[in-house]
Design a protein around this ligand. Sequence first.
Ligand code: PEP
Ligand code: MN
Length: 343
Amino acid sequence: MLIVLHPDVSAEAQAAIEGRVRELGFTPHPISGAGRTAIGITGNRGAIDPGPFREMEGVADCIPVTAPYKLVSREVKHEDTVVDVAGVPVGGRDLVVMAGPCAVENENQILSAARGVAASGASLLRGGAFKPRTSPYDFQGLKQKGLELLAKARSETGLKIVTEVKDTETLPAVAETADLLQIGARNMQNFSLLEAVGDLRKPVLLKRGMSSTLKELLMAAEYIVSRGNKQVILCERGIRTFETMTRNTLDLNAVPMLKRESHLPVVVDPSHGIGIRSAVLPMARAAAAAGADGLIIEVHPDPDRALSDGMQSLNLAMFEKLMREVEKIAAALGRGLHRVARA
Ligand code: PEP
Ligand code: MN
C-alpha cells in the first residue's frame, strides 16, 4: 500500500504515520515526489487495511500497490528518478554515455581510452578491475591495481568511474574507487551482493541477467532499493535466444517496458548486446531512439589486442562517430548528451 500525504503535512504527523507502520511490523519508505510525499510500505505479506491510516492526520489517500516490485514501481513513484552519479545526472533530460575498455589492462591503455572517450564527450569511464570470466584461464583483471589506475584516469580526465563489483569480499575496495557500482549480468540474482550494495549509499548500475525476465530484473532492483539505496540504474545488455549469429539479442523491448513499469533510469549496453564491433553503432542509435537514458559502450585504443571483449570494442574514431550520431538521435527527441564541465 502507498500512503499519500497532504502537501503541507507536518513532520510530527508524518512521523506518527511511519510509527504506526512500524508498529504493525512493516517498514515505511518515504518517497518524495514533485509537490508531495508518499510512504511506501514493505514487509507485509497480504494486503494492509487502509482504514486506520485514512483517519490519521496528514493522510490524503491510501492506494493499493499491485506490482510485486513495489518501491521501484511507477505505482509508488510516478516521476522519473534521476540518479546522481558524483554530479552526473542519469535519468534526466540528457543522455549519459559511459565508455571505456571491457577491462583495465595497463596504465597506458586505460589512460589513452579515458582521454579519447572524454574528448568525444563521454561522462563516465568504464573498465573492469575484477572481471567475471567464463573460463578460469582468461584474464581476470588487474584487481586492486586496476582500481588505482581507474582513480588515476579520473583525476586526469574528470570522468567518473563505473566498474564492476564481483562479490561481497571485494565490495569495500571497489566502492572506495567507483562512482557507480556495476553489478554484472552473472550476478543479477546474487542476493547477498544485492543486499550488500543496498546497504551502501552509492549508485548502482544493475545489469540484466542473460536469461532473466524484466520482472526478475525489477525484483533484483527491489532488493537494493528496499534496503534504502534508492540510486539504482537498470541496464539492458542482451539476452540469450536461439540466435547464434550475434553474441546476445539486444532486447530493446526492455526500454519502454522498464520505463512503463518503473521510475528508475534505463541504460543500454549494445556492446554486449550484439557483440560485433561493426554492429554496435546502429544498436546504440536504436537504443537512444527507444528512449534509453544512457549508453555503456566498450571502447579500446587498440581493440584487436584487447585482453577481453576486443571483438565488440570500438576504437576511438568509431566511438567519436557514435557520439555524433547518438547526439542527433537524442536531439530529434528533444534530448541532449550530458557533458562534463572541464576546467
Ligand atoms: C562487462 O560490462 O564487461 C560485463 C562483463 O558485462 P555483463 O555483466 O553484462 O556480461
Ligand atoms: Mn565486456
